[in-house]
Ligand binder design. Structure first.
Ligand code: GDP
Length: 301
């Protein structure tokens, strides 16, 4: 549960307190739960859903002790989170594909995109995978430099053509390198400019097309990185990116710096996209494979 202490203290323990000592779930308890969920960035829609589900379940069974109520809450919240399809939740094992597994990483600047790629590369390398990084976020020199730094630190090749080069051309080179060198994983960093939605869409489409010249079923996943401490902004970004491309997985970062980890529940529910990774700090091991039951349960213990 490392890194999630703030959320635990401020969110789930409040939830626990709302039901402690109550034998029935009355309006007061439900109002309290609703307020806690909303102020924890679960989002209004998802909050209403949770409250309605709890109401429906407790009506049948009205004498409940606190631990039974906690159990219902845990089950209903976990039920809203999409299943993480990562096979082995204790490792960073990726789906088996023919040739390199290609991960396209999207997200706006500052959310922790490069750091997430670096951590992921380090962990995969640690598992014996051959990893290649593609620096296709070519609009910021810092983004390219930072990825190169991660590559050096982790000991994985970074395909880069410098700033202002065509991102698709970098993606092309990275995919080709991956195939030529029998890589297990190719991770491509892309630019996250949201103010030009049409550009974003056509850029991502173009990147996908060139990768497919080498690896027809790639990208195997499009990972959207969101900063978990930005609340409503993270929802807006999820909306914009899912409109621009098929996002298949989420990484929610900086959960160590926020008491509002409820954002994980709301976003996963609203967009029906599994949360694959969570970031709970700046170190390599602070990127964790997300397990919804563990995530929810840990806060009630
Ligand atoms: P990018 O612009 O999206 O590539 O963002 P960066 O990867 O450069 O990250 C921005 C800042 O957030 C850096 O200082 C990272 O160290 C920090 N960061 C990224 N992920 C996490 C996280 O899970 N927890 C914390 N505390 N900081 C993080």
């Amino acid at each position: 549960d490392k890194g999630l202490e703030k959320t635990k203290e401020n969110f789930f323990s409040k939830l626990g307190k709302a039901v402690v000592g109550k034998s029935t779930v009355d309006e007061e308890v439900l109002d309290e739960l609703e307020e806690i969920l909303i102020t924890s960035d679960v989002g209004v829609e998802t909050t209403i859903k949770i409250i309605e589900r709890i109401e429906a379940r407790v009506a049948k069974d009205k004498y409940l002790n606190a631990s039974e109520l906690n159990k219902i809450l845990r089950e209903e919240i976990a039920g809203l989170l999409s299943e993480n399809n990562t096979k082995d939740l204790d490792s960073f094992e990726l789906p088996k594909v023919d040739g390199p597994y290609v991960l396209l990483v999207v997200g706006v600047n500052g959310v922790g995109k490069t750091t997430t790629i670096g951590k992921l590369a380090a962990q995969l390398k640690g598992l014996g995978k051959n990893v290649v990084l593609g620096a296709a976020d070519t609009f910021r020199a810092a983004a390219v430099d930072q990825l190169i730094m991660w590559g050096e630190r982790v000991g994985v090749p970074v395909i880069s053509k410098g700033m202002n080069t065509d991102p698709a051309s970098v993606a092309f080179d990275a995919a080709k390198y991956g195939v030529d060198h029998n890589a297990d994983v190719v991770i491509i960093d892309t630019a996250g400019r949201l103010h030009t939605k049409v550009n974003l869409m056509s850029e991502l489409t173009k990147i996908k097309k060139v990768i497919q010249r080498f690896i027809p079923d790639a990208p195997h996943d499009v990972l959207l990185v969101l900063d978990g401490s930005t609340g409503q902004n993270a929802f807006i970004q999820a909306q914009e990116f899912t409109k621009a491309t098929d996002v298949t997985a989420l990484a929610i970062t900086k959960l160590d710096g926020t008491a509002k980890g409820g954002v994980v529940i709301g976003i996963s529910d609203q967009f029906k996209i599994p949360v694959k990774y969570i970031g709970v700090g700046e170190k390599v091991e602070d990127l964790q494979v997300f397990n919804k039951v563990e995530f929810v349960d840990s806060f009630f213990k």
